[in-house]
Design a binder for this molecule. Structure first.
Ligand code: FUB
Length: 322
């Protein structure tokens, strides 16, 4: 694959791709963007998605199968609106779709839905995961345990919490204070609930100082993803209002993660969100942009491009606008 490739036909809008290889086939779990007519705002109300699809491919350049609607808002008993980013994990022959949605009081939580096959359909649990909050779950398996890494600022509501509890003022810290951290939590053996309280994923600079809330070029905003390469953990994420995909690395899953650099420079559109996956011996970046919709930031299109780990362990920066 030489240049970036759009994965779905023009007129179908999907975003936030979480890519995994199951049984030798590549599966993508995206958000399904729709034209809702809701005006754009900092809360992300214009991202008013109502269902999830699953895509799959046999080879990276081959045809993309759209498995259709695999989970619908109207079938999720606890959810009110806005099906945002999701991810999928496989354990003991079952597939678990973790997804972000607002409850009927407009508070984001993480839900889980279960299937016997990677392409769904997924049956939602009656309630969201207890004590879950915010958005953008990334499912990561390591040494026999399964984890979710999650969180997102602004419309993703992470600023409304400290130490896993809702706070009254719900504001981000001041610029000189440490930035809010994404969270990591181990899942219970049955994959349906948290096994522990979520912990901070701390991102530090080269001097060992946690990134500051005012460091908008580097601090975490949303779109957590974890991958492992050559025994090292790579945590990648979006910087939100500065529109980059960045990464930080650690020898330990629980960090701290040292900030490394930019994976993808800004794309057309406000949001940027991705996954990184090895498929048939090569590494790929799956992401989205709003170029095919003429820059309408709530109508995003999925893309894939090759990702290169350089000999020193760093990731080669990819230009977003190509
Ligand atoms: O797709 C809705 C939201 O936009 C996601 O949850 C965020 O990461 C951003 O891509």
């Amino acid at each position: 694959m030489k240049s970036p490739r759009y994965l779905v036909p023009k007129g179908t809008y999907m975003a936030d791709p979480a890519a995994h290889v199951f049984n030798g086939r590549l599966y993508i779990y995206p958000s399904h963007d729709v034209e809702s007519g809701i005006p754009e705002n900092d809360n992300g109300d214009h991202f008013d998605m109502r269902d999830y699809h699953v895509l799959s491919l046999d080879t990276i350049d081959g045809p993309v199968t759209d498995h259709g609607v695999v989970l619908d808002l109207k079938n999720i008993p606890w959810a009110g609106r806005q099906l945002w980013d999701s991810d999928c994990a496989h354990k003991n022959g079952k597939y678990y779709l973790y997804f972000s949605a607002k409850d009927k009081n407009d508070v984001f939580h993480i839900g889980v839905a279960v299937s016997d096959q990677p392409e769904g359909p997924f049956i939602p649990r009656p309630n969201h995961i207890a004590e879950s909050y915010s958005i953008d779950p990334c499912a990561f398996a390591d040494k026999g345990n399964y984890y979710l890494i999650f969180g997102g600022l602004w419309g993703g509501q992470l600023q409304r919490y400290r130490n896993n509890k809702a706070i009254a003022c719900g504001k981000e810290p001041a610029n000189h204070e440490p930035a809010l951290c994404p969270k990591i939590v181990r899942l219970r053996d049955d994959m349906l609930e948290f096994a522990e309280a979520p912990r901070d994923v701390i991102i530090i600079d080269q001097y060992g100082h946690p990134l500051k809330a005012g460091d908008h070029d580097r601090r975490f905003f949303e779109a957590s993803w974890m991958h492992k390469y050559n025994g090292k953990y790579y945590f990648s994420y979006s910087t939100g209002d500065t529109h980059c995909l960045c990464y930080a690395a650690s020898g330990n899953l629980h960090g701290p993660f040292i900030y490394q650099g930019v994976i993808l420079t800004p794309v057309v559109g406000w949001t940027t969100h991705h996954s990184i996956c090895e498929f048939k011996g090569k590494w790929y970046l799956f992401h989205h942009d709003s170029k095919p919709s003429g820059g309408r930031t709530w109508l995003r299109s999925l893309k894939v491009t090759e990702l290169e780990h350089l000999p020193d362990g760093s990731i080669k920066t990819i230009p977003g606008r190509q």
